[in-house]
Design a protein around this ligand. Sequence first.
Ligand SMILES: Cc1ncc(COP(=O)(O)O)c(C=O)c1O
Length: 99
Amino acid sequence: MQNAKPVFVDIEPRTYNVNQFEIEDKISERTKAIIPVHLYGQPCKMKEIMDIAEERNLTVIEDAAQAHGAEYDGKKIGSIGNISVFSFYYMNVWVIITG
Ligand SMILES: Cc1ncc(COP(=O)(O)O)c(C=O)c1O
């Protein structure tokens, strides 16, 4: 991932998470991974994201820094993508406690 260039995708206004319907338009032959960020304990639409990734042979890296303990479709956030990252920064943990 060294020298990777981020390509931003617009958000879904209710949750501020990535809009799963806008991801495919941003994928090119250079795309290697999708990084859904689960904001404020709210999971991204992982089924749709994993389907897109599987179809295009892309890696999914879940940013679960703000979603410790959150669940999507009966699965813990951080256990769905190929790689997941968490944070122990106190403000992120505070977001989870307060919802
Ligand atoms: C969504 C999200 N991802 C990643 C990070 C980075 O976490 P850390 O500073 O623990 O590396 C943060 C920190 O606030 C975050 O809110």
